[in-house]
Design a protein. Structure first.
Length: 453
């Protein structure tokens, strides 16, 4: 329970997670009469909406990452701890790390989500998702290694598999990935190889529903599909993935079953809550939904614990229209700011109405000069939507140097149609030692390299 500051020492707010929800809560609590401790297992905030550009060589990881200590350096009431929270004790009001215990008066849990394979976790080996810097670097490695291996492959069938790129999931991440890979193959790399024609690459975007970008207005979904097809992407809707194994994707389209050989399969089809959802359930009795998200009260607290809040992708907030809010950055940002304001109001003996998300719109990049934007009061497509996408993403980057670097990089890419971050890192692959077994699964000789590039 939150009590008045007049009768207590400074109120201790502990925030677990430095993503959008946690970071914006900490920023909103700056210069207040509370003590804030932000705990994250990474020392940086990651701007996830631009991860796909790291995966496709447009940007480097540092371009979209901001050190948490730097971001919060002027918040003198805030301490940043590098560590991973393994457990909580709601009765003793403590969070438990590997080597220490941190007490709290109010706890904000904002640990986000990770990609979900809907119970088929063995697919992850063959189809990486996109949630972390390491995920993006692994995707980038697979994409550019596929072109390099195709350059040296003389068997036409194996070369075709190397030049086939399959993106599973037709939401914004899948659409943006597919469009970026198509631009790579058909524009950026077309003059870079001597023994292959990168224009022969095949980029497939698979979506189980009847249209891509399901949350968008149907007319914008149609525009996005047409724009992708113009880029060269093969868009297949009403398509279910039934198996991914040994570089083969098995699809079901109606009653028809197909197999597609592809060395590069990328997953953008689903998410599930972080492990903290299970911890909160076990320790507080909170309910979780099928994706592991914690079902929260109308003020984002947990039932029975009005000093424990869950925000961002880990929270299932269904009090606005009966449906959970989407797992997007604006939701997490607004939830973090709301909880920070609520804490201050409670300490003053006041309260707030329930949280109300203000949806300012959705957007997805298709390719250069092409995007779709739905702002509610207006729908944009093509060049002006692309321009709006650029401006809004620059605006929401956390630090000024990130804004400047990304803006310059995008301008240079626009002029030259080149991508300067086309590095193969993470796992060094010896192309000469590649072998292929009877199931066409490529075996590689690997050596670990640093991933902090």
């Amino acid at each position: 329970m939150v009590d008045s500051l007049e009768n207590n020492p400074p109120h201790q707010v502990v925030i677990v997670g430095g993503g959008f929800g946690g970071l914006y809560a900490a920023k909103a609590l700056a210069k207040t009469n509370v003590k804030v401790t932000l705990i994250d297992k990474r020392n940086f905030h990651l701007f996830q909406p631009l991860l796909y550009q790291v995966a496709t060589g447009t940007l480097s990881p540092a371009d979209i990452s901001s050190p948490l200590r730097s971001v919060l350096s002027k918040s003198k009431n805030t301490k940043v701890l590098l560590g991973e929270v393994n457990d909580i004790d709601p009765e003793a009001q403590q969070v438990i790390l590997d080597d220490k215990v941190v007490p709290y008066d109010t706890l904000i849990v904002a640990t986000g989500a990770k990609h979900s394979y809907f119970g088929k976790d063995n697919w992850e080996e063959f189809a990486p998702g996109l949630k972390t810097v390491e995920d993006a670097i692994e995707m980038r490695r697979r994409i550019f290694t596929a072109f390099e291996a195709a350059e040296q492959e003389t068997d036409l069938e194996k070369r075709r598999a190397l030049l086939t790129f399959v993106v599973v999931g037709g939401g914004p991440t899948g659409v943006e990935l597919a469009g970026a890979i198509a631009e790579l193959a058909y524009q950026t790399l077309k003059e870079d190889f001597r023994d292959i024609d990168t224009g022969e690459a095949k980029v497939l975007l698979l979506e189980g529903m009847d249209r891509i970008l399901p949350p968008f207005a149907p007319e914008l979904s149609q525009v996005a599909a047409a724009s992708l097809e113009k880029l060269g992407v093969v868009v297949q809707t009403k398509t279910l993935v039934t198996n991914i194994e040994n570089d083969v994707v098995t699809l079901k389209q109606g009653d028809e079953v197909k197999e597609i050989a592809s060395k590069t399969i990328l997953w953008a089809a689903g998410v599930k809550a972080s492990a903290m959802g299970k911890v909160l359930t076990e320790r507080t009795g909170a309910e979780c939904d099928r994706a592991g998200r914690v079902i929260v009260e109308s003020d984002l607290s947990i039932q029975g614990y009005d000093n424990i809040f869950v925000v961002g992708d880990l929270a299932n907030f269904s009090h606005q229209n009966g449906k959970p809010l989407p797992g997007v950055a604006p939701v997490a940002k607004q939830e973090g700011e709301y909880v920070a304001t609520l804490i201050q109001k409670r300490l003053q003996g006041h309260t707030l109405p329930q949280f109300n998300y203000i949806d300012r719109g959705s957007m997805a990049m298709i390719g250069q000069n092409s995007a779709v934007v739905d702002l509610g009061f207006i729908k944009l497509k093509g060049f002006f939507a692309w321009l709006a996408w650029l401006v809004i993403h620059i605006y929401f980057l956390i630090e000024f140097d990130n804004k400047l670097v990304v803006m310059i990089q995008w301008a240079w890419n626009y002029i030259t149609r080149n991508r300067g971050a086309r590095l193969i890192t993470g796992q060094e692959v010896s192309l000469e030692k590649r072998t292929v077994n009877s199931s066409s699964h490529y075996q590689t000789t690997e050596k670990r390299l640093p991933v902090n590039v």
